[in-house]
Design a protein around this ligand. Structure first.
Ligand code: RIB
Length: 305
């Protein structure tokens, strides 16, 4: 397997309850609808990348049984190379319990097999080392992410989600580090309030070693910062049906565009376009746009320096 984009990360079964509103503590609510689909930040990013790029591989872990087989089959159907998706004996596949109401979501995670590894094997290292872009997130052990960073000879994207501390060696490899405002606040050790403040906190992360930083701002788009340049992109207003996994669509498309040699400024425009298209319908993979759709909408993005 030789892929331009290699995602090393999590795969889950998402059990999604669609609600009219979120329940209060102690309250029982009837769901308006319930569905199961394959998710996990890593798997979502791989599928989003594959929608716009032909050569994408995923390295991760599932448990034995139907959930693991379903996840593998779903990624395979999408055209993602799943040679590096291994099955762990006596482990269950990760499960995410998701509530969606008014376009927002809450997620409770049972990581299962996503936590049942602490290194890459020789084959996986070799796949990672041949990739133009390697993508990691924080839903697998930090030792796995460190191993991926170590093996990566191309560009490393670290999406620090869910929020958590990052080792200085890893920060220094990020090109870019991708965070939302909350994740940036955790890394910066202070609150981050508004676009200007997000730029300032992102610039501080570059001074801590990150080669570049992209801060995702939901409906407001994203800001990006490198050592000597910065910019901001805003999508047109859209009606949000379900924002679950929209950040993953952004990261996957960002990786794919960087892998074809686009610069960060233009890659972020494509990525924000994909993220904004992904909130228009329910689900994650089902909502991710293909290359032609993103290309049709990328001109609607407003860029500012
Ligand atoms: O980012 C959305 C994803 O987070 C979901 O698919 C869920 O599995 C959790 O990992």
């Amino acid at each position: 397997m030789q892929a331009a984009v290699v995602v090393v990360g999590s795969v889950n079964v998402d059990v999604v309850a669609e609600l009219d509103r979120f329940p209060r503590p102690g309250e029982t609510l009837r769901a308006a609808g319930v569905r199961r689909n394959v998710g996990g930040k890593g798997a979502n990013q791989a599928v989003a990348a594959r929608r716009v790029h032909e050569a994408v591989a995923f390295i991760g872990r599932v448990g034995e049984g139907p959930d693991g087989s379903d996840a593998r089959a779903a990624l395979d159907r999408e055209g993602v190379d799943v040679t590096g998706l291994r099955t762990v004996a006596d482990a269950r596949t990760g499960t995410a319990f998701i509530q969606v109401a008014d376009g927002e979501n809450t997620i409770v995670l049972d990581p299962g097999a996503n936590e049942a590894w602490d290194d890459l094997d020789d084959t996986e290292r070799s796949v990672v080392s041949e990739a133009a872009v390697v993508v990691c997130q924080m839903e697998v052990p930090t030792a796995v992410t460190a191993a991926a960073a170590d093996a990566c000879t191309g560009r490393l994207i670290v999406n620090a989600a869910p929020a958590g501390a990052l080792d200085a060696t890893l920060v220094a490899r990020c090109d870019p580090l991708v965070v939302n405002e909350h994740e940036l606040a955790v890394l910066a050790g202070r609150s981050v309030d508004g676009i200007g403040d997000a730029r300032a906190a992102a610039a501080a992360m570059t001074r801590r070693g990150a080669r570049s930083v992209v801060v995702t701002l939901g409906a407001r788009g994203a800001v990006w910062v490198t050592g000597d340049d910065t910019g901001e992109v805003s999508p047109p207003r859209v009606d949000v049906v379900d924002s679950t996994g929209a950040g993953d669509a952004l990261v996957g498309v960002l990786a794919a565009r960087l892998a074809v040699g686009e610069d960060l400024r233009d890659a972020v425009r494509w990525a924000v376009t994909a993220g904004s298209l992904a909130v228009r319908t329910t689900g994650t993979h089902a909502a991710y746009p293909d290359l032609a759709t993103v290309a049709d909408h990328v001109a609607d993005i407003v860029s500012k320096s």
